[in-house]
Design a protein around this ligand. Structure first.
Ligand code: SF4
Length: 387
């Protein structure tokens, strides 16, 4: 049976509050039966409270409604996020007074509260799951959908994969992208050619390693796989390869599977808000212009289904190219819009394919529009005499 994904469109038929997204979130919470499921549960609402002066994370109006639903149902809600984001959350409007529950650093204020899980993957041996996530009995994964420089886009998976791990594991996940060799120094020993390779990249994505002259370092985040460097590099000296880019997505799927394994599957739900979708993630600490039109809000108990529903809903949209920061370029106009921007090797669907192999859910979903747009009849214009 397909997994249900409840959806509320960002569009309205009429100029009425009941057709706007906070009201549609209420309908989604009703359909997910949150109030009936949380009695006496310690409910962690995992969200990103943003950083610095970003203002496109989930607005407190939405968070408060989720918190209230949990309280109505007799649960004990709290928000959890990484320590440095929680530290300044009040400057972006998230306080106990505004959202109605406490906000805790997921792995403690100094990132020392975690539980270790052994699951070797490339250069990663142990995964440090944040203690406050581990200790909760019910998980509401409330994500903001946006672009992401490491994997094309970030939403339900990314919110758990990075946000539920302690800092050391977050770093390990990024470093694992360098596990598969992409620079072969024996094929390029000329220092001048190395300089030319670095100079060929308009995004400073490939640089000579400061500590190891002769070694090149690829910043996967900045790289949109344009191939300019490959035209300068001697044959066989440099690979811009899917294996390095895919590693981040597979690591995200593994990390998410560890987090979800600590909850009863009936005690997990996911909400994704697809508005103000910026080119890069909310960790950057600022808000850029949106690169896609607002879509709406989604809710499901199935992380694969909700992630794919969001991706399918945005797949046919056109990038708002005039909103892109001038330093970014569109790689091509084929593939998903997030891929068009971040490069073909950052396929946003990939994390769901890895997640599906790990048994985290199903790509087979049914989209349920909780308040479809009504057809608006317009009366015929009357002839108005000028006399
Ligand atoms: S493929 Fe393009 S973006 Fe990536 S490192 Fe080479 S020149 Fe830079």
């Amino acid at each position: 049976m397909p997994s249900k994904v409840y959806f509320g469109t960002a569009r309205q038929s009429h100029l009425e509050a009941k057709e706007t997204l906070p009201a549609k979130l209420d309908l989604i919470l009703e359909n997910l039966q949150i109030r009936q499921r949380v009695k006496d549960e310690m409910v962690v609402i995992k969200m990103h409270t943003g950083n610095n002066i970003g203002y496109s994370t989930i607005h407190p109006v939405f968070v408060r409604r989720v918190v209230q639903a949990v309280k109505d149902g007799g649960g004990k809600p709290f928000i959890a996020d990484v320590n440095w984001d929680v530290a300044g959350a009040e400057t972006r409007g998230y306080t106990q007074e505004t959202i109605g529950c406490p906000i805790y650093p997921a792995a403690g204020p100094d990132e020392k509260y975690f539980y270790e899980y052994e699951k070797p993957y490339k250069s990663i041996q142990k995964w440090k799951l944040a203690g406050m996530i581990h200790d909760a009995t019910f998980l509401i994964n409330f994500s903001h959908v946006k672009g992401h420089p490491s994997c094309g886009f970030g939403a339900a998976f990314k919110n758990l994969a990075l946000g539920c791990m302690a800092g050391e594991t977050r770093g390990d996940m990024h470093r694992a992208t360098h596990f598969d060799q992409y620079w072969f120094p024996e094929k390029c020993t000329d220092p001048e050619t190395i300089k030319k390779i670095a100079a060929s990249c308009p995004f400073e994505a490939i640089v000579e390693d400061k500590k190891q002259p002769g070694q090149m370092h690829l910043h996967m985040e900045q790289c949109n796989q344009c191939g300019r460097c490959l035209k300068v590099a001697p044959p066989g000296s440099l690979k811009i390869d899917a294996s390095n880019f895919n590693t981040f997505q597979e690591a995200c799927a593994i990390s998410t599977s560890i987090t979800l394994s600590t909850f009863d599957p009936k005690k997990v739900t996911h909400l994704s808000l697809a508005t103000q979708m910026t080119p890069v993630c909310d960790c950057f600490g600022f808000t850029s212009l949106p690169i896609l039109p607002d879509v709406g809000i989604f809710g499901s108990d199935d992380i694969i289904a909700i992630e794919r529903a969001v991706l399918d809903a945005t797949a046919g949209m056109c990038l708002i190219e005039e909103n892109l920061p001038l330093v970014m370029e569109v790689h091509s106009h084929s593939g998903h819009p997030f891929q068009q921007l971040h490069g073909p090797l950052k396929d946003p669907y990939l994390v769901t394919e890895y997640g599906e192999k790990l048994g985290l859910g199903s790509r087979d979903y049914e989209l349920v529009d909780i308040l479809p747009l009504e057809k608006v009849e317009r009366s015929a214009l009357q002839y108005i005499s000028s006399k």
